[in-house]
Design a protein. Structure first.
Lengths: 263, 253
């Protein structure tokens, strides 16, 4: 058991080291392009990745968030009703969605939807020799492939998190008006009263972090694929599992940090 | 007048784990040559191309391109050198999500200072050179193996490299497509003075295109010489290699 944990820790640290190396190499290739007065990536590639990661994920994020918000309000409302505190539902849902649920669900959706796609396509390119071909041309394969993907997911995760928060609050307001006799006006008023700027900031900062984690893991796993089609499958599964686990662990650490230093 | 030395390898060694792939490789390739490297499968021929392109780092030895040492070269410099080299991969290695013309356009847009108009005319020129100007909008998956290799060649030539590396250019192709690729290699040397290194184990193509040849065996180069010197070689390994090929050809005929 101890040796298993030890081996797992060593392999985890090795993977972390390789991810740092990938990030360092990508940054160095970007710097190389700047020094030659060339753009590090093509804007059309960046916008294409933004469309995939951002616009393409909106329906899924909205759907998931509306129903989670709705369920959360319903369950919280029925419990709070016992104590005659049903008016706390808007505050509970809005604060928890802004600080926690919105960024977390967005991270999970993106890790499984976009992270998996990044890993699979980069993995297929690696096994097909396309990455080596790009490198052999002197293009800087990491810069060319990783930069637009990483930036797209890094910059759009907070935007999607905001959409998730608004959708969750809307779902909660809808069910509250329907089943808990809380009007939309009162719900909105309570949200505005209880939601603080630091809650919004905490959610947005966490979202940037989650986007960065998902992008790094997905690209790293894709570019380190070995073993053909089976290898791509293994890497894709590993990418999703690692990204979701890391996002959840990171979320908990962020919460501890925020509660400790910004109570 | 002596020709300029394009590539020089001295004492190149490479191991993958316990396996020694290259023991000590020495050879030099002059400008304008079509230098064919032959050898059995798994003898390290393609590995040599990987080293030359900077994709693999040798454990020891020196690799020079036009007098510039490539081993230990910093990435930006290495990428500069790579723009003077073109590589045609065994599996073509085209970007599968891009059309034929986009594949050729890629190095031009990313690495050259050409205007959009110049890029378009270069793409057309290179596609015409390999006889695929009608297929420019197709995806690589819509092309045959031979056509993919020709697109790979057009992409390799996009930046007008001084040295083109061919990894098994006619492997897996029918005789007509194999000959087409070989004719293109000869044409490049004659009309465009391009130096080529061709890695192959197909004898017919090798003797058709080579101006000089080398035989790689167990990590070492056994012989470097002209095709004629190869045919008359008394080296038992090379003789056996040539013999087995001619026996195979006779049995086919």
């Amino acid at each position: 058991m101890i040796s298993y944990i030890g081996a797992l820790t060593v392999s985890g640290l090795q993977e972390l080291g390789s991810m740092v190396a990938l990030a360092r190499q990508t940054i160095s290739e970007v710097g190389e392009r700047f020094s030659k007065h060339r753009s590090p990536f093509r804007l059309e590639h960046f916008f294409y990745q933004c469309d995939r990661a951002g616009v393409g994920s909106v329906p899924m994020v909205v759907l998931l968030s509306v129903f989670v918000g709705l369920t959360m309000a319903l369950l919280t409302g029925y419990q709070l009703r016992i104590f005659g505190m049903v008016i706390l539902v808007p505050a509970v849902v809005s604060v928890s969605f802004t600080r926690e649920m919105g960024p977390l669900f967005t991270g999970i959706v993106l890790a499984s939807r976009i992270g998996a796609a990044y890993t699979a396509e980069l993995g297929a390119m690696t096994t097909g020799g396309e990455v080596d071909a790009l490198e052999g041309m002197g293009l800087g394969a990491r810069r060319y492939l990783v930069t637009p993907r990483f930036l797209a997911i890094f910059l759009l995760t907070p935007c999607l998190a905001v959409i998730s928060i608004l959708s969750g609050i809307f779902g909660a307001a809808f069910i509250s008006s329907l089943m808990l006799q809380i009007s939309y006006g009162f719900f909105l008023d309570q949200v505005m009263t209880n939601l603080l700027v630091k809650d919004v900031l905490a959610g947005v900062v966490k979202s940037f972090l989650f986007g960065g984690i998902i992008g790094t893991i997905a690209c790293y796993k894709g570019l380190s694929v070995k073993g053909g089609a089976v290898g791509v499958g293994v890497a894709t599964t590993s990418s999703v599992v690692t990204a979701i686990s890391t996002v959840i662990v990171c979320d908990s650490l962020c919460n501890i940090f925020i509660i400790t230093f910004f109570p | 007048m002596s020709k300029q030395t394009m590539v020089e390898m001295r004492g190149v060694k490479l191991r993958f784990g316990e396996k020694t792939v290259l023991e000590s490789v020495d050879c030099s390739i002059s400008a304008g040559d079509v230098f064919v490297i032959m050898g059995l499968s798994g003898s390290g021929k393609s590995t040599l191309l990987g080293i030359l392109l900077g994709l693999l780092k040798p454990d020891a030895g020196s690799v020079k391109f036009k007098g510039m040492e490539l081993t230990g070269l910093a990435r930006p410099k290495l990428n500069d050198v790579r723009t003077h080299l073109g590589m045609v991969y065994q599996n073509a290695a085209l970007i599968s999500s891009m059309s034929v013309s986009d594949n050729i356009r890629l190095p031009l847009r990313e690495l050259s200072d050409k205007s959009a108009k110049e890029i378009e005319s270069t793409v057309e020129l290179k596609l015409k050179l390999v006889g695929l100007d009608e297929d420019k909008d197709k995806l690589p998956s819509e092309l045959s193996g031979g056509m993919q290799k020709r697109v790979g060649l057009a992409r390799a030539l996009a930046l007008d490299p001084e040295l083109v590396l061919f990894d098994e250019p006619s492997a897996g192709l029918d005789p007509i497509n194999g000959k087409l690729i070989n004719d293109l290699i000869i044409d490049l040397r004659k009309r465009h003075s391009v130096t080529s290194i061709v890695v192959t184990h197909e004898m017919e193509g090798a003797f058709a295109v080579a101006t000089r040849m080398a035989f790689l065996h167990e990590g070492k180069i056994l012989l470097v010489g002209t095709p004629e010197e190869f045919r008359n070689s008394g080296n038992p390994v090379i003789s056996a290699f040539l013999q087995s090929y001619s026996t195979h050809e006779k049995s086919k005929g």
